[in-house]
Design a protein around this ligand. Structure first.
Ligand SMILES: [Zn+2]
Length: 414
């Protein structure tokens, strides 16, 4: 199975929306655009929900059967390292090898020297087709990039070979991610990271760098859109060139770990993909969970009562819920409504505050981000929450499908 030119990572924390998610991809396919679904879930999410990678596999297979989906699909071991990868070997056929924590750790002196020697020829003016100005590369810069990234690439190689040995010949998609770090990688850094990946013989399919700006969970981009667009286009040019130059896999493409809902970037990304005839993997976060809460609220009655209760609990456990996500959320507590106020909201009002529609004056990104990290509250409700998902399924499914189809797929891939 091939990942294809376009693919999307869809998260589903509670594992009940596989069909509703896949329906969005089916709708897009009817419009002539093929996007491969990849169900992604990290070790952290599995731990909080108390689910296992095998559950994601069961969900994906069931959704594919139910909709008669004939195209490829994958199950992603999201953000794994050597310590967590073994949980995912059997169930996953897509591995996001996360080596962000190894950036800045120094490789062996000899390896570093060899890296510099191999790349000396790129010092000076580095001309990359489709980047108007040559990139200037100083010799010291090659040394610095090696010191910063070579060890991380070596670690990716160790993890890749471990997976390959365990998979015993079964094919899988290889993603290398460096996005969960503070400093973005420049196009020049990306070029030499790709040189190192090729040197280390990792058959990488997708690469997730850290881009400039803030990619908070479930809300829009915060940053300079023009600067992002320039970097994104330069990255596309670097990848296309590196594939030829370093003999990397022809299908290699960028993966944007968007944290979901970076609507301000979707237009520029769409245009850049067309301009460069490039592929993309767009990883979204677990905003399907937010559509569940919206669906519950819209259902009214007990559904709405549950949506209100979720907010009340999340609000009272603000510190605890936000802590693991501190670097990827920006919540102003002063902008959070009091739970008593929320208890007075009607179904439509609650949905309008939570749904990511910036043309809606009621929309509140602070409320949205708190609910986003508040899925632990629903996890603790256990069967009561899962029963509600079944009971209010039509309202929830409608929201899940429309969100992925209208707000994400159409904007970025059509
Ligand atoms: Zn990521």
């Amino acid at each position: 199975m091939k990942l294809g030119k376009y693919s999307i990572g869809i998260g589903d924390r509670f594992g009940h929306q596989g069909e509703a998610q896949l329906e969005a991809l089916r709708l897009l396919k009817q419009e002539g655009v093929a996007v491969t679904p990849v169900w992604n879930k990290s070790y952290r999410e599995h731990s909080i929900i108390n689910s296992r990678p095998a559950d994601t596999r069961v969900e994906a297979d069931a959704a594919v059967r139910a909709l008669g989906w004939q195209e490829p699909y994958f199950v992603d071991a999201d953000h794994v390292g050597m310590k967590t990868v073994d949980h995912f070997i059997a169930a996953s056929d897509f591995f996001t090898i996360d080596v962000a924590d190894f950036i800045g750790q120094s490789a062996e002196k000899e390896a570093l020297q060899e890296f510099v020697d191999r790349n000396l020829l790129f010092a000076g003016d580095l001309r990359i087709p489709r980047i108007p100005e040559p990139l200037t590369v100083a010799l010291e810069q090659i040394e610095e990039i090696g010191a910063k990234y070579l060890f991380a690439v070596e670690e990716a190689g160790r993890i890749y070979r471990h997976i390959a040995a365990e998979k015993k010949g079964q094919p899988f998609v290889v993603e290398i991610s460096m996005d969960e770090t503070n400093a973005p990688q420049t196009p020049v850094e990306l070029f030499f990271i790709l040189a190192a990946i090729a040197w280390k013989g990792i058959p990488v399919d997708t690469l997730a760098p850290k881009f400039t700006g803030r990619f908070n969970k479930g809300v829009d981009y915060v940053g300079d859109v023009r600067q992002f667009t320039r970097e994104f286009e330069e990255d596309l040019a670097v990848i296309a060139y590196a594939v030829e130059l370093f003999k990397l896999p022809a299908q290699l493409k960028l993966s944007v770990h968007s944290g979901s809902d970076k609507f301000a970037l979707y237009g520029p990304i769409n245009a850049a993909l067309k301009k460069f005839n490039a592929g993309l993997h767009l990883k979204t976060a677990g905003t399907t969970w937010l559509e569940e809460v919206i669906g519950l609220a819209e259902a009214g009655g007990e559904g709405l009562a549950m949506a209100r209760a979720i907010y009340r609990h999340a609000h009272s456990r603000y510190e605890e819920l936000c802590k693991p996500y501190a670097t990827v959320i920006d919540i102003d507590p002063a902008r959070l409504p009091a739970p008593d106020e929320v208890d007075g909201w009607e179904a439509r009002h609650y949905a309008a505050v939570l749904r990511h529609d910036q043309s809606q004056p009621l929309y509140n990104p602070h409320f949205r981000q708190l609910i986003h990290v508040g899925y632990k509250v629903a996890a603790e409700m256990g069967e009561r929450y899962l029963d509600a998902l079944k009971r209010f399924r039509p309202t929830i499914a409608r929201n899940v499908t429309a969100n992925i189809y209208e707000r994400h797929l159409r904007r970025i891939f059509l």
